[in-house]
Design a protein around this ligand. Structure first.
Ligand code: GLA
Length: 400
């Protein structure tokens, strides 16, 4: 009887497309990751408290689900080669931690790397891919971020496919998040390998800057945004472009955090918060947990937004949504406030990718400001607004 039950359960949970579990990340994944705020300072208490805070702050209710441990959780491998967590940081072990996170109705994520060593110098998965995948599955892990440091001659497609196969063989649906920085154009080959792939190097906490480390660079929000050009056609349900994790709440101005979050929603990016959830300002929480803005990101159509126009540092983006709706985002890249005038009647927004068109002279849409949460009229009248520097005006247009 037990055996029959097991077979039935697994037939259902393993219903797969190719060698990848299906039914995962049909909309971009939402969660939290330790790296942007805590770097190597991760431990089980932080993860437990973050899970608690994800529930208490309303983040879970807004859709955030994954609590992800980034680099530097690893200890050594045992005599048989099984990876052990750092016993000082995770004395209760990963299984107990996964049980705790699951008891909150959330999921636990972990991190590894294609090389012998991770970026932080801890043991990577090279040569242990199947063993590690089995270990993660036994611990009850739900998400794996897989990094690209110390690749030493590995081919990206092969290295990521090996881990995909290992996760599949281990039998537990684990969301495989590829962190290869876009070096080998994963959008061209990873649709059936991962559920998301990083498109750039690391983000850093600045709206409009580049941080040059000599051999590599970290990128500000606008710099990462500009690097997404041409990639939208490769993303869709179950396979997303990942412009890196959020820096909301980590020190940018509130308007910059709002613009950053809005654009990641327009891009249908994974929404992985990277701040201290235990200690959030009201403004930070209101950005991260704005359900109407999140609905743009999580729209079932799963089509990325696109830049419709750009003039004097003001960009107008559109994202097709289900039920013939659209999201519109006016982004002011500059530091000075800018007037915006949009005369709907003389504009037609069309998108070859989703085969959608909005002819505003023929069809009227209602307009809702997603940040002030106010209905602001219809597209019968021209839109005039003032967008402060490094800020956005974000609207939802519903067909009337
Ligand atoms: C790389 C990744 C980051 C983070 C660090 C951890 O830089 O791109 O997101 O995981 O490694 O060392």
């Amino acid at each position: 009887m037990k055996r029959i039950l097991l077979t039935i359960t697994c037939a259902a949970c393993l219903s797969a497309h190719g060698q990848k579990f299906d039914q995962l990340a049909l909309t971009p994944q939402m969660g939290w990751n330790s790296w942007n705020k805590f770097a190597d300072k991760v431990n089980e208490q932080l993860i437990r408290e973050t899970a608690d805070a994800m529930v208490a702050s309303g983040m879970k209710d807004a859709g955030y689900q994954y609590v992800n441990i980034d680099d530097c959780w690893q200890g050594q491998r045992d005599a048989q080669g099984f990876i052990q967590p750092d016993a000082k940081k995770f004395p209760s072990g990963m299984k107990a931690l996964a049980d705790y996170v699951h008891s909150k109705g959330l999921k636990l994520g972990i991190y590894s790397d294609v090389g012998y060593k991770t970026c932080g110098g801890r043991p990577g998965s090279r040569g242990h891919e199947f063993q590690d995948a089995l270990t993660y599955a036994q611990w009850g892990i739900d998400y794996l971020k897989y990094d690209w440091c110390n690749a030493e001659g590995l081919k990206a497609e092969g290295a990521y496919t090996t881990m995909r196969d290992a996760l599949y063989a281990a039998g537990q649906p684990i969301l495989f998040s590829m962190c290869e920085w876009g070096d080998n154009q994963p959008w061209l080959w990873a649709k059936n390998v991962g559920y998301s792939w990083r498109t750039t190097g690391d983000i850093f906490n600045c709206f409009d800057c580049v941080k040059d480390h000599g051999t590599y660079k970290d990128w500000g929000v606008l710099q990462i945004l500009d690097k997404q050009e041409g990639l939208r056609k490769y993303a869709g349900p179950g396979h997303w472009n990942d412009p890196d994790m959020l820096e909301v709440g980590n020190g940018m101005a509130v308007n910059e955090d709002r613009a950053h979050f809005s654009m990641w929603c327009m891009l249908a990016a994974p929404l992985i918060s990277g701040n201290d959830l235990r200690d959030m300002s009201k403004e930070t929480r209101e950005i991260l947990a704005n359900k109407e803005v999140i609905a743009v990101n999580q729209d079932a159509l799963g089509v990325e937004g696109f830049k419709y126009s750009a003039k004097d540092g003001v960009e107008i983006w559109f994202k097709p949504l289900s039920n013939d709706a659209w999201a519109m985002c006016v982004l002011n890249r500059g530091t000075n406030s800018q007037p915006v005038a949009f005369n709907w009647k003389s504009e037609t927004v069309s998108d070859d990718l989703s085969k959608r068109e909005a002819k505003f002279d023929a069809t009227t849409y209602s307009m809702r400001d997603l940040w002030t949460k106010k209905d602001i009229g219809t597209t019968k009248d021209a839109l005039t607004a003032e967008v402060p520097g490094h800020d956005v005006l974000m609207l939802r247009l519903n067909k009337m």
